[in-house]
Every structure is written in C-alpha cells, then in structure tokens.
Design a protein around this ligand. Structure first.
Ligand SMILES: [Zn+2]
Length: 178
C-alpha cells in the first residue's frame, strides 16, 4: 500500500502498541502501525473514525494494535530525551509554571557543578527562569521547583497521550475496566 501524503497529519496520529498478552509496550505513529499491519506483525484492535486511502485500498486508521509475536525482554523504561522530559513536565516551566515557549531544559544541579543528565536532574524551564537561575541550585536561587522531578512510569507516560480521540485506550492502560 502506498501511503498518501495528502493525509500526512492523520498518519502522525498516536497508536498504542500492545504485546500479545495485552501489556502496553509502546506508542508509534499511525504510519508505522499501518506498515506493521501490512507486514503482518500486528493485528488492529481499535481504529479511529478516519480512514486512509490508496488507489486500491481503504483502511480505517488504527488506534490500538497488538503484536503477533510475543516480545519477551521488554523493559518498561521511558527513554530520556528532550521530548519525553517535556511530556513529563506537561510542557510547563517547573519554576513558574508558564506554558508558553520557547521552553528549555534546565539542570537542577548545574552541569559544571557535577549535575547529571538524568530524569531527576533535568526539568523543563522557560528561558526567563533558566537565565535567572543561572549557575545556581534552586535553593541558592530561591526558585523552588513546583514538582520533584522523577523518572516516569511507562504506563503513566502512555496515559498522558490520551486525548479526546484516544478514549478507547483507557481500559488498556488500566484507567477503567473493559
Ligand atoms: Zn519559568
């Protein structure tokens, strides 16, 4: 199936990927989920309202897919990345709670004072707070953090992807019974 570029935005829609035992594994784009489906790697469990069309095929846009082969050694760590830190911090400065960008990443204990690149030491900060804090700790700058930064739990991380269109994900992420 040749994927149309015209529907580019819906192909970026989030798709929940489940292991064969229904354990949540990952989130991928609809484009990737459709490729997995045509390569017979997954079954489609739930679909969005929209469909994707090629000249010969129409397919409902997948919303939840389940792997056909069990993935055994799957670890539940969320990858430490700029994007995932922003998601954890809800795209909000952790010092003043503004949501407006441009947002930066701040080392709670500054890097040149031994601060690590870790879930516990990186927070989202607006440019203004980042500049104001400078090379100081929150205590020294008298800028307390609004939340203690922690490594996210993967289920909790997946739950944050749920918007209006993803209500069918809720039972799979332990947010309600089937
Ligand atoms: Zn701020």
């Amino acid at each position: 199936m040749i994927l149309p570029t015209i529907n580019g935005s819906i192909l970026n829609r989030s798709v929940l990927v489940l292991n064969t035992n229904y354990a949540p594994m990952d989130i991928c784009t609809a484009k990737r989920a459709i490729c997995l489906f045509y390569n017979e790697k997954v079954d489609i469990l739930e679909s969005y309202q929209e469909a994707v069309h090629s000249p010969s095929v129409t397919l409902s846009l997948p919303s939840i897919v389940k792997l056909k082969d069990f993935v055994r050694h799957h670890h539940m760590d969320v990858v430490l990345s700029r994007k995932n830190l922003m998601i954890r911090d809800k795209h909000q400065c952790q010092y003043c709670f503004v949501k407006k960008g441009p947002l930066t990443l701040d080392h709670v204990l500054p890097k040149d004072r031994g601060g690590l690149d870790s879930w516990e030491n990186l927070v989202t900060a607006c440019q203004q707070c980042n500049r104001k804090k400078g090379n100081r700790t929150p205590e020294e700058a008298k800028m307390p953090l609004k939340r203690i930064p922690k490594k996210p739990n993967k289920i909790h991380y997946f739950q944050q992807f749920i918007q209006e269109k993803q209500t069918s994900w809720r039972p799979y992420l332990f947010m309600e019974s089937f």
